[in-house]
Write a protein that binds this ligand. Structure first.
Ligand SMILES: [Zn+2]
Length: 159
């Protein structure tokens, strides 16, 4: 298996476990009555699930499959995020342009996710998740997704 394919498996596992973690956090926030936080975590979970699914589908398309969903520690997760750009470079050297562009897209949307999750919860009306790349916009969807250029119609609302 190529290094870039192994990287993609790591991305898939990391995004999958992040997504599940955010669903748990959304439930916790909901039970505290913190609706804004609950909404943010649901939006993040949705965006991360898009990444995990895309990585998995790409791997399947390349003839690779994931034996299990797996789970990762927060350190391992952080490390994967840091390594994303070197993964993209490896994919480029191996001329795996499909993996390279997918990793770059996931990286951009993941930075958007981490800046959103660091922000203090504010009274917002909604989050809009790009179904193509997982980018999350607050309040209103952009005319074009800043990460993948998808149209506003490709955004799903999370309240
Ligand atoms: Zn997008």
């Amino acid at each position: 298996m190529l290094q870039s394919e192994l990287s993609l498996i790591q991305v898939c596992i990391a995004q999958h476990s992040e997504s599940r973690r955010n669903l748990v956090l959304a439930e916790e926030a909901g039970s505290r009555g913190d609706l804004e936080r609950g909404c943010l975590h649901r939006a993040l979970a949705f965006g991360q699930k898009i990444h995990a699914d895309k990585a998995r589908l790409t791997l399947e398309g390349l003839g690779q499959s994931l034996s299990s969903d797996g789970d990762m520690s927060s350190e391992a997760r952080a490390q994967v995020m840091e390594e994303l750009s070197s993964m993209a470079m490896t994919a480029a050297t191996e001329r795996q342009s499909l993996i390279e562009s997918l990793i770059l897209q996931i990286m951009k949307a993941a930075m958007n996710h981490s800046s959103l999750s660091k922000q203090r919860a504010q009274p917002i009306s909604s989050y809009h998740v790009c179904q193509v790349c997982g980018f999350i916009a607050k309040d209103t969807p952009p005319e074009r997704c800043p990460v993948c250029r998808a149209h506003a119609a490709q955004f799903d609302v999370v309240r």
